[in-house]
Design a binder for this molecule. Structure first.
Ligand SMILES: *Cc1c(COP(=O)(O)O)cnc(C)c1O
Length: 375
């Protein structure tokens, strides 16, 4: 079965091999050496002043960010399930929450964020997804962060990059906390979350809040290449192999470039056969299609073509399907997927099969490879 869900994503064979050795003790010089190397790669990936790895799923890092960086009122951007989650975390911890809610295809507007900030002087942190995975959209995080900082630099910008870090280069100039999770663009099994932090964030964290998710304790330990509690040793060993593999394959720039080309080619291919891209501004992490036959297409992909794509949640259940673009994916696998969709539409009597989707994919993908730069 080809795993084409936008998380979890396939774990490459060499990464699985790297994780198959006996469990290493976390308080040993051997593991600390691995930790140190992994941390160096993370600084390069995140480009933030500090990085912290925690043993939890991505939601744990979202909770750690909210409790350590918001002391009063959180402004959360809700254009989907993951944005909604930030608000729930805030209220679960007795923090106030102001929410900007939009339909799941609609990115937040910078103006709405500025108006909310101006109307509520208690807002001291903003939480937003870079790529909101519920509908596959891209929020204008860098722009909103810049505009907010121009009004009040004290407001912490928390950016959930769980489906963005490792997908595209993110400008962290005005971002205080950038979150990643292992099972999405980092090509690992679930269980490891990473936070990139600005110096301003570290200052605000101070002595930290909470116990397990107290970021001050982690920062202190991780600067010494160890962790406050037992490290997710196996996943960190896997992460180092992921970074070394990315380097062997040509580096981060090429990974971002290939991801962008694949996302562009997949979308062009599916639009060429009459399908509609759901989000108003699509993220590069996934291709999201809304269609009356979304459920049927999804099950035919699984049963007849051995491809597992994701559906929609809540009110979008049965209305959309989402195709992963994160990680290292050979183009022939993506071609298989778009061609299978065209065949399914033919079987359903919606079009006459003409090999159009794979043709458009090939043209779009390989023509852009002439200039191997980020797009
Ligand atoms: C998957 C995802 C999460 C949640 O991560 P878990 O590892 O499932 O806890 C949060 N935000 C976004 C954008 C995601 O895609």
């Amino acid at each position: 079965m080809l795993l084409f869900t936008p998380g979890p994503t396939p774990v490459p064979q060499n990464v699985r091999n790297a994780m198959s050795d006996e469990t290493m003790h976390h308080r040993t010089p051997e593991f600390e050496a691995i930790f140190e190397k992994t941390r160096k790669h993370l600084f390069n990936l995140f480009a933030t002043d500090e990085v912290v790895m925690i043993a939890s799923s991505g939601t744990g890092a979202m909770e750690a960010a909210v409790i350590n960086l918001c002391k009063n009122t959180l402004l959360s951007v809700n254009s989907g399930k993951f944005g909604e989650r930030f608000g729930k975390i805030a209220t679960a911890h007795g923090l106030k929450n102001v929410e900007i809610k939009n339909e799941w295809d609609t990115p937040v507007s910078v103006e709405d964020v500025l108006n909310a900030v101006k109307a509520n002087a208690d807002i001291d942190a903003i939480a937003v997804q870079i790529s909101e995975s519920a509908g596959g959209l891209r929020h204008p995080v860098e722009e909103l962060a810049k505009a907010v900082k121009a009004i009040n630099p004290e407001i912490m910008i928390i950016a959930d990059g769980i489906t963005a870090v490792g997908v595209e280069r993110i400008d962290v100039t005005n971002i205080d906390c950038l979150i990643a999770g292992s099972q999405k663009a980092l090509m690992l099994p679930p269980g490891l979350a990473i936070l990139g932090l600005s110096n301003a964030a570290i200052e605000k964290i101070g002595a930290g809040v909470g116990y397990y998710f107290n970021l001050a304790s982690e920062i202190k330990k991780q600067r010494q290449n160890t962790t406050a509690y037992t490290a997710a040793t196996t996943l960190i060993i896997g992460l180092l192999e992921v970074f070394e593999m990315i380097e062997r394959e040509g580096g981060l720039g090429l990974l971002y470039c290939d991801t962008a080309r694949r996302a562009k080619a997949t979308r062009a291919a599916l639009e060429a056969i009459g399908l509609h891209s759901y989000p108003k501004v699509p993220a590069r992490s996934m291709t999201t299609i809304d269609d009356v036959d979304a459920s049927k297409i999804r099950s035919a992909l699984k049963e007849e073509y051995g491809v597992n794509v994701a559906g929609g949640q809540d009110h979008l259940k049965g209305k959309i399907f989402r195709i992963n673009q994160m990680g290292i994916i050979p183009p022939h696998e993506s071609i298989w997927v778009v061609n299978a969709i065209e065949l399914i539409l033919h079987q359903m009597g919606r079009l006459e099969y003409a090999g159009l989707a794979s043709k458009v994919f090939n043209e779009t993908y390989f023509k852009t490879s002439i200039e191997k730069k980020e797009i």
